[in-house]
Design a protein around this ligand. Structure first.
Ligand code: NAD
Length: 412
């Protein structure tokens, strides 16, 4: 990634700290990560060669509880990006008021270029290399971009070989290994709950709105599926190799099947091909970026037609773009609120593991809805009371909660 994402997230943090009039010492504690680990990951490839990958785990702030955050497998994952994502996790877990700190992990790799056996070896090596800083009461990884339930199953197994059977070491595991019902869909489901609430508040008929989704992985495909099932019209979606557009709405059921069979959405014959750039600038009512960071930037923000943006991805909007969108009156629902469904249900999974008890999916979804909508209304109320943007309000709530506990813990 070319833009320094950590500086960008800290731009939002600094503005928040100014508004909250936090003193300098407290800012210094909260701005920089507590611990950063960079590990060398030598793997024997299927052809016998040794290849060396680089992995990271960044623990940003642990004042509110064990560190929590996903592990990303992506060719551009680097320390600076992982740092930025770890800090977003600190503000997110505080905003939705779950007892965690913020962390993130990453391995610089394109997982599509590795075989299943190579990915298994890489994941085990990564887990062994960060094993001394993670634990069910220390730091609990989860899936993110390029990782999924199988990756968590390998992590849990590798950790268990060293420390004994420990399901609560990771969340987002397969159900058979102690995963939670509803976890796989949780981030997309949370996006859908926020979409329903915001359209209701703005008196927009969700069924008439034209909705565009960038990314058709875990977050994007589940969001699209759940919106479609509740009667919404998705006019375009995309993956890394491009997207597909149909002004009358895509058949998301068929598209999911096509994407599961081919790994792509771009060649789906229920619409016409479209590039990712065109997709972001499409004439639509609601845009849901749910792929990667920094896709809405100063060069395209003025061209975005959507009246509402729901940030399913982490940090899809740069600060310059955020200012342009705000000046244009676009409602931007921030990532730390919109995509918090994943970590909320990860929290439910972790509590179920600790209690050795399983919840029914209905309970998971109901508790998720309660938690994410509570945060949504807190953000809306604060934004209205202080005449600030929704992102500013979300950061204020998160940063204030962390600051309070850092102070209560006392530092000498
Ligand atoms: P994923 O790997 O399951 O899917 C990613 C999707 O983005 C794929 O469709 C891929 O083709 C597409 N993509 C990748 N690079 C792209 C590019 N350059 N341009 C356009 N599309 C591209 O990942 P995911 O878990 O769905 O995560 C997506 C985003 O949501 C990330 O920002 C992640 O940090 C965030 N997020 C994920 C979760 C979760 O529970 N998985 C929770 C919160 C936030």
């Amino acid at each position: 990634m070319s833009i320094n994402t950590f500086d960008q997230v800290n731009h939002f943090f600094d503005k928040t700290a100014d508004r909250l009039q936090l003193d300098q010492g407290l800012r210094d504690i909260m701005k920089q990560p507590y611990r950063e680990l960079r590990v060398q990951l030598p793997i024997r490839m299927d052809n016998g060669d040794i290849k060396v990958f680089t992995g990271y785990r960044v623990q940003h702030n642990g004042a509110r509880g064990p560190y929590k955050g996903g592990v990303r497998y992506h060719p551009e994952a680097d320390l600076e990006e992982v740092r930025a994502l770890a800090s977003l996790m600190t503000w997110k877990t505080a905003l939705v008021d779950i007892p965690y700190g913020g962390a993130k992990g990453g391995v610089q790799v394109d997982p599509k270029l590795l075989s299943t056996d190579e990915l298994n070896r890489l994941t085990r090596r990564y887990t062994q290399s960060i094993e001394h800083v993670i634990g069910p009461n220390r730091d609990i990884p989860a899936p993110d971009l390029g990782t999924h339930g199988q990756t968590m199953a390998w992590m849990m197994d590798a950790y268990g070989q060293l420390r004994g059977h420990t399901p609560a070491i990771v969340t987002g595991k397969p159900i058979a290994m102690g995963g939670s019902l509803g976890r796989e869909a949780a981030t997309g489901r949370g996006v859908t709950y926020i979409l329903q609430a915001v359209t209701k508040d703005l008196a927009i008929d969700m069924k008439k709105a034209r909705i565009v989704v960038q990314g058709f992985g875990n977050v994007g495909s589940w969001a699209a599926r759940l919106i479609y099932e509740s009667g919404g019209t998705i006019t375009a979606v995309s993956g890394v190799d491009g997207g597909v557009f149909n002004s009358n709405g895509l058949d998301i059921g068929q598209l999911v099947e096509h994407s599961e069979n081919t790994g792509r959405v771009s060649d789906f014959n229920g619409g016409q091909p479209i590039s990712n750039q065109e997709l972001l600038e499409l004439d639509c009512d609601i845009l849901i970026p749910a792929a990667i960071d920094n896709v809405i930037h100063k060069d395209n923000a003025a061209n975005i037609k959507a009246a509402i943006i729901l940030e399913g991805a982490n940090h899809p909007t740069t600060p310059e773009a955020d200012e342009i969108l705000t000046a244009r009156g676009v409602s931007v629902l921030p990532d730390i609120l919109v995509n918090a469904g994943g970590v909320i249900v990860s929290y439910f999974e972790w509590t179920q593991n600790i209690q050795e008890f399983h919840w029914e999916e209905k309970r998971v979804n109901e508790e998720l809805k309660k938690k994410i909508l509570h945060a949504y209304y807190e953000v809306q109320n604060r934004a209205n009371e202080h005449t600030i943007t929704l992102r500013e309000a979300a950061f204020e709530i998160g940063v204030q909660r962390v600051a309070e506990i850092v102070e209560l813990r006392g530092f000498v």
